[in-house]
Design a protein around this ligand. Structure first.
Ligand code: 2BA
Length: 103
């Protein structure tokens, strides 16, 4: 079994979850915060058998848009000016599950 951890934009999370649920995949949604922007994002946990990993990744890829965010953090000669960073579509980790237990 694999655990897919997907960090997605808050705005995309419902679309991703709806499609995963419609395809019978179980999902847990966690509120998270990016360490760089310190802005809210969503982390989805999806536990699936290995043969379903690609299907889940396809849903996440199709439903996650990348956006640009402007932040004023760069300092030059004491002046700060805005820089743009591209966020998402999705940052995904696929990890091995040693045990899956449901009581
Ligand atoms: P944040 O850490 O808030 O990062 C938001 C975006 O800022 C990143 O988008 C990237 O474009 C930029 N960024 C992050 N760190 C940077 C740095 N040190 N210098 C310059 N630009 C930087 P994404 O790469 O799409 O990441 C979106 C969110 O996914 C991140 O939000 C974080 O919550 C998570 N994430 C990304 N990579 C991760 C990793 N290796 N481990 C854990 N979480 C990760």
């Amino acid at each position: 079994m694999k655990l897919i951890l997907a960090i997605v934009n808050d705005d995309d999370a419902s679309n991703v979850m709806d499609e995963l649920n419609a395809n019978d995949y179980r999902v847990t949604r966690m509120c998270s915060t990016g360490g760089f922007l310190r802005a809210g994002n969503t982390t989805l946990l999806v536990g699936v058998e290995e043969e379903h990993v690609q299907a889940v990744l396809s849903v996440i890829e199709a439903r996650s848009r990348s956006t640009t965010k402007s932040i004023s953090s760069s300092q030059v000669a004491g002046m700060s000016y805005p820089i743009e960073v591209t966020v998402g579509g999705a940052t995904v980790f696929v990890v091995d599950v040693e045990q899956f237990i449901k009581y």
